[in-house]
Design a protein around this ligand. Structure first.
Ligand SMILES: Cc1cc2nc3c(=O)[nH]c(=O)nc-3n(C[C@H](O)[C@H](O)[C@H](O)COP(=O)(O)O)c2cc1C
Length: 361
């Protein structure tokens, strides 16, 4: 099969959505090999449509601009399947994808005809009969409602209900190294969807249902997302910036312990950063996992870590992938091994200090 992947993420290769698209392509490849071409929209020169309708006053639909839309047109026409990889921006497509769609006016003839299901359309200039369209999108909220509907509707109107759609909330998780285990089941379903698509030309109802599952519950996701940002300004000193970063990363950490078998009485991990004079504790119980900064609320610890601020921030950032072009960097320390150790110490009724932290993952 001739497959065109239209990567419409303004983040290019760093796209969260691309993790899902790669899993889908892996699934397709089971019945391959296929010829896959990636069209990276953000790197292309595509002018805005001027609305001059020059294309509709020429017999062959020639546009006034001779830019990278010529390449897109050639690839689109030759493709048996077109996969749109895109984020949700302001509930719809990002501007670069909307612009690409606007520029496809020459794909259509000027005559207006009625649609069977209401409204009107312009027919394609050429036969697009068997072409399969797949929309793969991620978004940053954890819900579909009042969020992704405009994007879905756009694809329904443009490509009909035969267009397959994989829309995944909590999209940022897919770029975070530390959540590989949590995102794997979703990616396996996407892979299955790719296999079904290659075999049957559509995704089964059962797999479609599995593709609307979320990775995290709302509470955990909000804890992660809302402690993500490092807000500073010109007045913020380096030391203060480190403290803010460390606090945010530690506040996210309880989310990572969802599969640990904590007891009712909390397992206590104390974290101490002597150089920047910051200490806190994590109280990890079966019903509540919280970060405590007020020393009056401190409990006897099971595990105490003395850490260097730079080292902690480096380790925490390492798990997040590298986002050189944007603010989506920094993030989480993978602390499951620490939690296991603290649990074992709690079981034995002893405590321990660790003076060097090694990232052993
Ligand atoms: C300008 C902008 C607008 C966004 N709008 C929404 C939105 O309306 N709904 C949502 O759930 N996420 C929104 N997001 C979050 C992205 O959809 C999310 O981070 C997505 O996973 C990015 O995908 P990508 O890395 O493939 O580009 C927005 C992000 C940006 C930068």
């Amino acid at each position: 099969m001739n497959i065109l992947v239209v990567n419409a993420s303004p983040k290019g290769e760093m796209s969260n959505t691309l993790h899902i698209t790669h899993a889908f392509l892996d699934g397709l490849e089971v019945y391959g090999p296929h010829d896959v071409t990636v069209f990276m929209v953000r790197d292309k020169k595509i002018e805005f449509c001027r609305g001059c309708f020059h294309c509709w006053n020429t017999k062959d639909g020639t546009c006034i601009f001779q830019d990278d839309m010529l390449e897109y047109t050639r690839l689109y026409r030759a493709a048996d399947m077109v996969i749109f990889n895109t984020p949700v921006y302001y509930f719809g497509p990002p501007a670069i994808l909307k612009n690409l769609f606007d520029r496809t006016l020459p794909f259509h003839v000027p005559e207006i005809v009625d649609r069977d299901n209401g409204g009107q359309r312009h027919e394609y200039r050429w036969d697009v009969g068997g072409k399969k369209i797949v929309l793969i999108a991620t978004c940053g909220f954890y819900s579909y409602e009042n969020n992704v509907e405009p994007l879905v509707k756009l694809f329904d109107i443009c490509y009909g209900e035969n267009c397959e759609k994989i829309i995944c909330p909590e999209g940022t998780l897919f770029s975070l190294e530390v959540f590989r285990d949590e995102t794997r089941p979703y990616l396996e379903q996407v892979r299955k969807a790719g296999e079904e698509m290659a075999l049957n030309g559509c995704i089964s109802e059962e797999t479609r249902r599995s593709l609307v599952q979320r990775t995290f519950g709302a509470e955990d996701y909000l804890l992660l997302a809302n402690n993500y940002w490092i807000q500073t300004d010109d007045q913020t000193t380096e030391e203060e910036k480190q403290r803010i970063t460390i606090r945010q990363r530690i506040r996210q950490m309880p989310t990572l312990f969802h599969d640990c078998a904590f007891k009712k009485s909390p397992c206590v991990i104390e974290m101490s950063f002597p150089r920047i004079n910051y200490e806190c504790q994590m109280h990890l119980g079966s019903t509540e996992k919280k970060v405590v900064e007020d020393k009056e609320e401190f409990l006897p610890y099971h595990l105490r870590l003395f850490m260097d601020a730079d080292q902690f921030i480096t380790v925490a950032s390492k798990h997040t992938g590298n986002h050189p072009n944007g603010p989506e960097r920094g993030a989480l320390l993978n602390p499951r091994k620490l939690a296991d150790l603290a649990l074992r110490l709690q079981e034995k009724g002893i405590s321990r200090d660790l003076h060097t932290y090694k990232d052993t993952d």
